[in-house]
Design a binder for this molecule. Structure first.
Ligand code: KG4
Ligand code: ZN
Length: 358
């Protein structure tokens, strides 16, 4: 049995996990900073890295204890070294390096996007069949990736502006919903109609790229239409001393959330299904925080010509079990990182942008 310790600190979750053979989770500890960042409406990078420093060693200690393993049982330490926030990544990478050095364990650097993709290897059942098309949609990324085997990636397309999760977060803020916007919009949308507002879809024909900034602007303009003349506070807040009722009461939040969610999911599903058909994929894989979205999961399953694989809900957002799993497959392939492993905030998974020739 190959036990890998995974470490993840690329954004605002401090996480450590022990995974056996890239498929069985022995422990998965996550300390989320979401309550701390909520007051800023998004992740405050400097605050995030300071919190990581406070949490990292207790989180790793807890992951080792819950897995009931000691350092001699481990085969390697895998750590996210990019993409992500530089100051946050530094904490995880340095902790991993120090522990690997001290315990004489191999070190394996992992790409955060790749870790999200490997979430579907932790869903139980047979592993996803190659070649596959993977839709990675998180707060920082929206990419369509062609994966022909372990570690073999080609980028088919991606967002030209906002990531899908970022669009959810920004629109959530416009609608006066709590951060993060994705789960809040999903919740609000349950009480609304997706046809209430006709919102634009950027189809960008002939490419597998996405764009969500036009959609976000359309929601902003709608919100402004509901804003009383001369009033400019964000939705849900009234001016200090003003008798103006809170905007949250007049905005048709449920209908707007449902219409926005439907527009995003429509484009994501259509483009992914198109890629799977064009390239004759065996599987469609969903990955990243937005893969937790219930409408995305249902619509992809309904429209895809091939089986759709998703990570379990709790493994869609950032965690270290997916890092340990991605690290396991790199480790199996003989990959080892040197002590010069550095953080790579802009790390890409695959550089080529041309579609594979079949
Ligand atoms: O993968 P993740 O935890 O962090 C990054 O690597 O960015 O993704 C977080 C993103 C946030 O933008 C959040 O709003 C979004 O995933 N998200 C969702 C849902 N749950 C989380 N978006 C839509 N629907 C959801 N249910
Ligand atoms: Zn992530």
């Amino acid at each position: 049995m190959t036990l890998i310790l995974g470490i993840e600190t690329s954004c605002d979750e401090t996480a450590a996990a022990v995974v056996a053979d890239g498929q069985t989770i022995r422990s998965n500890v996550i300390v989320s900073q979401v309550e701390i960042h909520r007051r800023y409406g998004g992740v405050f990078p400097e605050v995030a890295s300071r919190q990581h420093v406070l949490s990292i060693l207790p989180v790793i200690g807890q992951a080792m204890a819950e897995a009931e393993v000691n350092w001699d049982n481990l085969e390697a330490i895998a750590v996210t070294h990019g993409p992500g926030l530089a100051g946050s990544l530094l904490v995880g990478v340095n902790a991993a390096k120090g522990l690997a050095w001290g315990r004489r364990l191999p070190l394996v650097g992992v790409n955060h996007i790749e870790a999200h993709i490997y979430g579907s290897w932790l869903a139980g059942g047979p592993p996803p069949k190659f070649p596959l098309v993977c839709l990675v949609v998180s707060g920082g990324h929206s990419e369509l990736i062609w994966m022909s085997g372990h570690g073999q990636y080609r980028r088919l397309g991606g967002t030209l502006d906002d990531a899908a999760g970022e669009a959810f977060d920004k629109v959530g803020r416009l609608l006066g919903l709590p951060y993060p916007g994705g789960p809040s919009i999903q919740r609000a949308a349950r009480g609304g109609s997706p046809e209430a507002f006709k919102l634009p879809r950027a189809w960008l024909p002939g490419s597998y790229d996405f764009s969500f900034s036009g959609l976000k602007t359309a929601v902003l303009q709608l919100v402004q239409k509901y804003q009383p003349e001369g009033d400019s506070p964000p939705a849900g807040k009234s001016r200090a001393g003003s008798s103006q009722p809170a905007l949250i009461r007049v905005l048709p939040v449920a209908n707007m959330a449902a219409s926005f969610q439907a527009a995003v999911i429509d484009v994501l599903v259509t483009k992914t299904v198109q890629a799977a058909q064009d390239l004759k994929a065996e599987t469609v894989v969903l990955a990243g925080g937005v893969a937790a979205n219930e409408l995305l999961r249902a619509e992809m399953a309904r429209n895809s010509p091939v089986p759709v694989r998703c990570p379990p809900l709790e493994l869609c957002t950032d965690n270290a079990a997916i890092v340990a799993t991605a690290g396991f497959f790199r480790f199996q392939a003989g990959e080892r990182s040197g002590w010069d492993l550095d953080v790579a905030p802009g790390l890409r998974l695959a550089i080529e942008q041309n579609a594979p020739t079949s």
